[in-house]
Design a protein around this ligand. Structure first.
Ligand SMILES: [Zn+2]
Length: 67
């Protein structure tokens, strides 16, 4: 998946006092920096990233996919 810097912006989200720098795509979806999955809310993304940290298999629930 190619990075499209032009249409994405970087935002900082906070979780339990930690700050995570992530990208938001042109449609407002939060992008997982590890696998590129898209999430509608920073909270969903954070829980997904925690899954990565714990070594869980990809759990991209009902995340919106690219059209
Ligand atoms: Zn991910």
């Amino acid at each position: 998946m190619a990075k499209e810097e032009r249409s994405r912006k970087e935002v900082v989200i906070e979780y339990s006092g930690s700050k995570l720098r992530v990208e938001v795509d042109e449609k407002g979806f939060y992008v997982c920096p590890l696998c590129g999955a898209l999430f509608v809310s920073p909270r969903d993304l954070v829980s997904h990233i925690i899954g990565h940290a714990l070594g869980l298999p990809d759990n991209r629930r009902a995340s919106p996919e690219r059209p």
